[in-house]
Design a protein around this ligand. Structure first.
Ligand SMILES: Cc1cc2nc3c(=O)[nH]c(=O)nc-3n(C[C@H](O)[C@H](O)[C@H](O)COP(=O)(O)OP(=O)(O)OC[C@H]3O[C@@H](n4cnc5c(N)ncnc54)[C@H](O)[C@@H]3O)c2cc1C
Length: 529
């Protein structure tokens, strides 16, 4: 159980202070604990976990940022090994069905199946021209090849900055071909059928950018991550924290919630501690921020002088788009409601995702949602009925812009007024109608629903523009040499989804990189043992 900073305050001496308790913050604290070092993890929210936290309302529980994770059902995969390492093997996984994602454009449905061969065969049944079939083969090979090169690109995030400056291009030369181009540019270079491109890029919501804007390396890493299917943590996403916390504590570490850091303390260009929102200060040998690149530089370091050229590079990095999520509760079991475990990706009857987003953002209240993602956590989690007998939950996500909700940003949570509640209700109803279109048996069965907006993301996880995935995953982000595990102050480090990529696996891998730099021990080798 995390301690509440409101009730009790840290008194021990710790080796490290980690800001933020998302998967990267707690993952790093556990990695350092396995190296015998203690961490004080400080989290501003009243519950730990960052985007892995769950919230409970009216007898239901929902995840806010976890729906499926790839590669963890393969015992030998690196991602599974990291999870085993930071949880001491205590996190269990429930595999999704072989058909993990279902893609719907208007009346047409396509299924993504576990396993490259199965994935290709299912698509080839629907795209049966010799040209499309050749493209599918080439696509699957390219995804694997491109995602393998990402290691070189991420090495530039950890090598000493001077080396990175002079040899970064050489170190990441294989991946440059992929990270510096958009997904659309790469795919259109060998696929002529726009419908096929629309289907192959239908998981773009997993990294929040359409093909015309996203970096191809992000697309490749994401698709490769799920090529062998997906899994869900048994017991829901709160289990990440529940299984990692004992490992943190085993080396004398602690996690405090309600513990907002307002500033990183710097003395003679060296990080020495943190100042809390209540003015108290805590000190440690190393300070690590897992709160995101923008929060770290724009909020926590704003009082300290940083090279203006470097700061400009940080400001040039754009935040990802924001989202809306509808959390729904039902008073019946997933079996009674015939809920699938397969995720649904529902699109307008137009395979051009860039155009769909452009149209929607021009008139979000009236235009079609550019993507509606539906997840069925109660059906995926074999433990759900033990915790919530006779109940079910669904989560529906679509994209949104912070600007649409900006006028209520200074209002208090839950007290943003009637017009805010009305706009939320309009979106909620539209998302419910979408759900009933595809699962008509749910009409009249909804017991409770609640919509989160970009203001909820800002309120609970601190992302300034309510961004869904931290920094946007554009070619510019991956080209930037400003993103680095080491901040421009001694003993100050960064970790989290902005370092490698969004996603639970991406954030956790960033923790391995940061842990390696801090301890000087090759944690990748240690975990792979
Ligand atoms: C709707 C949604 C669905 C998703 N679905 C999936 C999925 O199915 N599979 C998947 O792999 N990934 C998914 N993701 C992505 C994944 O959840 C994130 O990429 C990952 O959890 C990010 O982890 P992190 O540790 O980098 O950051 P975060 O989880 O954002 O943690 C950062 C923490 O820092 C804290 N913090 C910020 N400022 C301060 C401060 N001043 N003082 C103290 N604490 C502070 C925040 O409160 C937060 O807890 C999803 C994300 C979203 C939003």
């Amino acid at each position: 159980m995390a301690e509440s900073y409101k009730k009790i305050q840290p008194t021990k001496k710790y080796d490290h202070i980690i800001i933020g308790s998302g998967i990267s913050g707690i993952g790093l604290a556990a990695l350092l604990a396995r190296a015998g070092q203690s961490s004080l993890v400080l989290e501003r929210h009243y519950t730990p976990g960052g985007f892995t936290h769950v919230f409970k309302r009216r007898g239901y529980e929902w995840d806010v940022g976890v729906h499926y994770i790839g590669q963890v059902h393969q015992e030998k995969s690196f991602v599974r090994r990291i999870f085993n390492y930071v949880t001491d093997g205590n996190l269990q996984w429930a595999e999704l069905p072989d058909n993990y994602d279902r893609i719907i454009f208007g009346t047409k449905t396509y299924n993504f199946f576990k396993g490259r061969e199965h994935f290709k065969a299912a698509l080839k049944e629907q795209f049966n021209s010799p040209e499309d079939q050749k493209s599918i083969d080439r696509y699957v090979d390219l995804i694997r090849k491109a995602s393998r090169t990402s290691r070189g690109m991420f090495a530039t995030r950890v090598v000493p900055k001077l080396i990175g400056q002079f040899f970064g291009g050489f170190i990441s030369r294989e991946s440059k071909e992929y990270y510096s181009k958009t997904t659309k540019t790469v795919l259109e270079s060998f696929i002529t059928n726009p419908e096929l491109i629309g289907v192959l890029t239908a998981q773009f919501g997993d990294y929040g950018m359409p093909p015309g804007q996203s970096s191809f390396i992000m697309h490749a890493m994401l698709v490769n991550h799920y090529f062998d299917g997906g899994s869900y943590p048994v017991g829901g996403s709160a289990q990440f924290f529940n299984t990692i916390e004992p490992v943190i504590q085993s080396a004398g570490g602690d996690v405090f919630v309600n513990a907002e850091v307002s500033e990183i303390l710097i003395e003679k260009r060296k990080a020495i501690g943190v100042k809390m929102a209540d003015g108290k200060m805590f000190y440690a040998e190393n300070i690590i921020s897992s709160a995101g690149v923008h929060i770290t530089y724009n909020q926590l370091l704003k009082k300290h002088k940083i090279n203006s050229g470097y700061l400009k590079k940080i400001h040039d990095l754009k935040p990802s788009i924001a989202h809306l999520c509808l959390y729904i509760g039902f008073n019946e079991t997933p079996e009674a409601l015939k809920l699938p475990k397969t995720n649904l990706w529902i699109y307008p009857d137009n395979y051009d995702h860039d155009e769909n987003i452009r149209n929607y953002l021009k008139d979000p209240e009236n235009e079609n949602f550019p993507v509606v993602y539906v997840s069925f956590p109660a059906a995926k989690d074999p433990d759900f009925q033990n915790r919530y007998p006779g109940k079910s939950t669904i989560e529906i996500i679509t994209l949104s812009e912070y600007g649409l909700f900006k006028k209520w940003e200074s209002e208090e949570w839950k007290k943003r007024g009637q017009d805010y509640e009305q706009i939320k209700e309009r979106y909620a109803q539209r998302l419910l109608q979408k759900l009933f279109e595809y699962l008509p048996q749910l009409k009249g069965k909804v017991d409770y629903y609640e919509l989160s907006t970009p203001l909820s993301t800002k309120h609970f996880v601190n992302y300034d523009q309510g961004e869904i995935y931290g920094l946007e995953h554009s070619p510019a982000r991956f080209k930037s040499n400003a993103i680095h595990v080491k901040a421009p102050f001694k003993n100050l480090y960064l970790t989290g989804q902005d370092i490698v990529s969004c996603g639970i696996a991406g954030a956790l891998i960033s923790a391995v990189l940061t842990g390696t730099v801090i301890t000087g021990k090759n944690m990748i080798k240690e975990i792979a043992k």
